[in-house]
Unconditional design. Structure first.
Length: 142
C-alpha cells in the first residue's frame, strides 16, 4: 500500500474493519480457504516506509474481533454467531448486507477515496479521504 504506516495501522482498528474496506479480510479469508485448519493472519505493508503494520490478529487481540468468527463462511455457523447476545463482526455477513442493499436499489454516494474508481465521470460527489492526514484535516461529507 502507498498510504502511510499510521493510516494503514488505523485500518486494523475494530471500528474501521470492514467499514468500508474489505481487502485485507478478503485476502485473509482466501488464505484460510487454501490452508484450512492452519492459523492465518495478515498485515499491511507500507511501500513508503518499507515496514509492515502489526498483524490483524495482534491489533484486534482482546477486542471484540475474533478472526475465526470474522472469517466464518458456513451459513449455519454464521447464523449461530448472529444469535449471540453480542454478535461478532463477520466478513460474509457484511458483504451480504451490501449486496442486499444494492439489489434493493440503494447505492449511496459515500466513497472513502475516489482515486481508483471507474465511475468518476458519472459521480455526483467530490469526496475527501476520511483520514485527516490525507485530506488536510477536512471532515468528509457524503
Amino acid at each position: 500500500k502507498s498510504s502511510s504506516l499510521d493510516t494503514l495501522t488505523r485500518k486494523l482498528d475494530p471500528g474501521w474493519l470492514l467499514r468500508p474496506e474489505f481487502q485485507l479480510a478478503i485476502y485473509l479469508a482466501l488464505v484460510r480457504q487454501i490452508h484450512p485448519g492452519k492459523r492465518v493472519d495478515a498485515a499491511y505493508v507500507s511501500l513508503k516506509k518499507a515496514r509492515r503494520t502489526a498483524t490483524l490478529g495482534e491489533k484486534t487481540a482482546g477486542d471484540a474481533v475474533d478472526l475465526g468468527r470474522l472469517l466464518e463462511m458456513d451459513p449455519a455457523a454464521r447464523a449461530r454467531l448472529r444469535e449471540k447476545a453480542e454478535p461478532s463482526l463477520n466478513l460474509a455477513d457484511e458483504v451480504w448486507k451490501i449486496v442486499h442493499k444494492q439489489r434493493g436499489g440503494t447505492f449511496p454516494v459515500d466513497p472513502i477515496n475516489c482515486d481508483y474508481c471507474d465511475l468518476q465521470p458519472t459521480c455526483r460527489l467530490v469526496a475527501l479521504p476520511t483520514d485527516p492526514e490525507e485530506n488536510g484535516t477536512e471532515v468528509p461529507h457524503g
